[in-house]
Write a protein that binds this ligand. Structure first.
Ligand SMILES: C[S@@+](CC[C@H](N)C(=O)[O-])C[C@H]1O[C@@H](n2cnc3c(N)ncnc32)[C@H](O)[C@@H]1O
Length: 307
């Protein structure tokens, strides 16, 4: 028997699988799960000098958390507004624990073949096992891949964005993953509260590009960051508060100089300028463009704040 919340999650996930679901421009409680991270985390996190020991991070595809494990994270608090994100991340973690590198690539590239799922389920337990067993019982693997996961927008992202997609990185993460303590929570970033359990607890905070999807001005977001994110950091801790695709560097192509990309680029520059004005930003990190997003430049920008 499964509890009410789990039942609701399974039913909603089956619904998403059986409909031709169009990803909306805002994230909701029940949305598709990103198949892959779309930020160049491998290049970005490599530049971070601070510890990743205790990490506070968006769940998304799970790739961002896996990159922190590659850099030594031991305890991860993983949050997402989407109730289904934790199941996607748990599936990826279980796949890494149970599969060899080539099998892992096949699991995702061949759309979850059952002979590999039967291995992966050995790495799942509790609600996560019940969720995925029910999904694979009631839905076709291809529907799970193309409807429950957002494979359309995320599968083409180039492999360098996260270390697990290289053989060496994969085995480094595989060695560490079972010792990592991960806690998932379904919550809107804006509802995160400071309490005695999380105050000054984290070495590393990563908010991805959630700011793109929030309906708040740079001033309002800065106020939120200072009052609700900054206090979560340990002394010397570092928080990445926004990631902007193609917001620096040279034009990716001549074609990008035409049409609307310039508008997007100017908007990004304005956001960076305003966040810089309202927040004591530590650094603007630059990495090669992940290939995602429509902005003009060939560099992505990540904005960070240090305690
Ligand atoms: C910002 S999105 C997009 C990033 C990118 N496509 C990727 O997955 O790498 C990554 C995750 O943020 C989550 N998210 C979006 N808005 C959120 C919010 N207000 N609070 C918490 N999580 C949110 C989404 O559900 C999604 O799983």
């Amino acid at each position: 028997m499964c509890n009410q919340l789990l039942k609701q999650d399974i039913n909603n996930a089956i619904d998403i699988c059986s409909n031709t679901y169009i990803q909306k421009s805002v994230y909701e409680n029940y949305s598709q799960i990103p198949l892959r991270g779309s930020e160049n985390c491998s290049e970005l996190f490599k530049q971070v000098e601070n510890s990743f020991d205790t990490t506070f991070i968006v769940t998304g595809s799970g790739d961002q958390s896996l990159e922190t494990i590659f850099h030594g994270a031991k305890e991860i608090y993983s949050f997402d507004i989407n109730c289904l994100a934790k199941y996607g991340s748990a599936l990826k973690f279980a796949a890494i624990m149970t599969l060899e590198y080539e099998e892992f690539c096949d699991f995702y590239k061949k759309m979850f073949p059952m002979y590999l799922y039967n291995k992966v389920r050995e790495g799942l337990s509790g609600d996560y096992l019940q969720f995925w067993d029910s999904l694979f019982d009631f839905s076709f693997s291809q529907d799970i891949y193309y409807s429950l996961f957002d494979a359309k927008h995320h599968s083409e992202i180039i492999d360098f964005c996260c270390s697990i997609y290289s053989k060496q990185g994969y085995y480094q993460v595989k060695d560490r993953i079972s010792k990592v303590k991960i806690q998932y929570e379904t919550i809107d970033l804006l509802d995160i509260k400071i309490n005695s359990d999380n105050k000054e607890k984290f070495d590393f905070i990563y908010l991805s590009n959630i700011y793109y999807y929030l309906k708040c001005s740079p001033k309002q977001y800065s106020k939120f960051v200072l009052s609700r994110i900054f206090p979560l950091l340990k002394s010397e801790g570092e928080a990445f508060i926004h990631y902007l695709y193609g917001a620096a560097g040279d034009p990716k192509s001549i074609l990008n100089l035409l049409f609307f990309d310039l508008k997007e680029y100017k908007k990004d520059l304005e956001v960076i300028k305003k966040l810089d004005l309202y927040l004591p930003l530590e650094r603007h990190y630059l990495v090669n463009c992940s290939g995602y997003g429509t902005s003009l430049g060939d560099k992505d920008v990540a904005l960070s704040l240090k305690r």
